[in-house]
Design a protein around this ligand. Structure first.
Ligand code: UD1
Ligand code: UDP
Length: 388
């Protein structure tokens, strides 16, 4: 049995650490479930690794922050960011003395949340565990982050059977791994019930929704991808929409390259509900985002993944996504094929979403409640998803 500090009313104190936009989206369902549960008292630690993009997301998702470390600096370097995160989170864990620390995914906030918890002897729950590209520096630094987090984690909540298998292949005990589905789907279903978003496309042309931000795509690769988008926008039947990430490394390249083209729309990051409405309205998604490629198949939208590796081959195997690479010719050919071949388009659009069933947060809470001795039965792993 785990040692329990708990609150005076007997609830378990769950510190949830997040710092970026996708962590807020993917932890929101768990935070709502923790709030609703009589067994848990959640403490939301916002590291502030992101600022405007995250604050707006937290507001829109109705999440209340307990602590804000405000670590973000313009053009932050990974080493300095890591130092601020580990010191700040460590101090809060000592102050709050939670029964567990929950982190999600593979950002710097994720790694430092887990490491600070480990240093304070607090068990770690990792949501979206087991994603692996197999290449240590791609995505950079996320592949290293997620591998390191798995070494410090007590509960590994894997979104798919493939992710669970990756963990057991690294000698993580099977009983510490639970296949839950991805919480991104829980949140999508929650948001769909509140659908008050508006599409950001300005015309009735076929919409290409593009997001780009990954560090390994910054610099020359992003310039080449921008040229490819310009070539695609030469088609009179399309509108290319690019909600720009706040990172200056992204804006320095995309704003001068794409601004001013009559069939390219550049916007600030979209409000989450507007983004979902835009996904629903588009024809095709081109992205290097993890979350976006998990969401798009729920709207029957084919995804071209603008990366050379993937830790989400489930979408490719299901037929919903294609790893298009970052080379201009390959990306242009892949997009053109989808725009011009209705059979290919329909096949990809019809592929199922392999990432979850919308009940991931329930499985996570049931497992934690059982392991802290609060309920007799442990949640059952999600076995309906085809092994990836
Ligand atoms: C981070 C994560 C990445 C995740 C992405 C989600 C790391 C190392 N990377 O990448 O895994 O996919 O978030 O979007 O953790 N900025 C702002 N305002 C904001 C957010 C960012 O101005 O609200 C600018 C700042 O200048 C900041 C820069 O963007 O220094 C980069 O932010 P950072 O969190 O370091 O990296 P991302 O590329 O956003
Ligand atoms: N998103 C959003 N507005 C945008 C672009 C994306 O709300 O303009 C949401 C999207 O729905 C998804 C998440 O942000 O849930 C993905 O975040 P991001 O691409 O920054 O990070 P990644 O998933 O690649 O880590």
């Amino acid at each position: 049995m785990l040692s329990v500090r708990s609150t005076p009313d007997g609830r378990l104190r769950a510190a949830v650490v997040l710092g970026t936009r996708p962590e807020a989206v993917k932890l929101a369902p768990v935070l709502r479930a923790l709030d609703d549960s009589p067994l848990f008292a959640p403490v939301l630690i916002n590291t502030g690794q992101h600022r405007e993009m995250l604050d707006r997301m937290l507001r829109r998702l109705g999440l209340t922050v307990s602590h804000d470390l405000a670590v973000m600096r313009e053009r932050q370097e990974l080493s300095a960011l890591t130092a601020r995160l580990i010191a700040g989170i460590g101090e809060l864990i000592r102050e709050e003395r939670p029964d567990l620390v929950m982190v999600q995914g593979d950002t710097s906030s994720t790694l430092c949340g887990a490491l600070a918890a480990f240093y304070e002897h607090v068990p770690v729950a990792h949501v979206e565990a087991g994603l692996r590209s197999g290449v240590l520096d791609d995505p950079f630094p996320e592949e290293l982050n997620r591998r390191l987090v798995s070494r410090m984690t007590r509960w590994h909540f894997a979104p798919t059977p493939r992710a669970a298998a990756a963990l057991t292949a690294e000698a993580v005990p099977t009983e510490d791994v639970m296949v839950t589905g991805n919480t991104v789907i829980d949140n999508l279903l929650w948001a769909r019930d509140r659908a008050d978003g508006r599409s950001a496309f300005r015309t009735g042309r076929r919409g290409l929704l593009v997001t780009l931000h990954r560090r390994e795509n910054q610099g020359p690769r992003m310039r080449a991808l921008a040229d490819t988008l310009l070539r695609l926008a030469d088609r009179p039947d399309v509108e290319v929409l690019v909600p720009l990430h706040r990172s200056p490394a992204v804006r320095d390249v995309l704003l001068p390259a794409l601004g001013g083209h009559p069939r390219i729309t550049l916007t600030e990051p979209l409000d989450y509900f507007d983004f979902i409405a835009t996904l629903a309205a588009c024809t095709l998604v081109l992205t290097d985002s993890g979350g976006v490629q998990e969401e798009a198949p729920s709207f029957d939208k084919p995804v071209l993944v603008l990366r050379d590796t993937t830790e989400r081959p489930e979408a490719v195997r299901a037929g919903a996504a294609r790893l298009a690479g970052t080379g201009p010719a390959a990306v242009h050919a892949a997009a053109t094929a989808l725009l011009d071949d209705p059979v290919l388009y329909r096949r990809m659009a019809a592929a199922p979403n392999p990432f979850g069933d919308g009940h991931a947060a329930e499985r996570i809470l049931d497992t934690l409640a059982h392991d802290f001795g609060r309920v007799p039965d442990r949640a059952r792993s999600l076995d309906m998803l085809a092994a990836g």
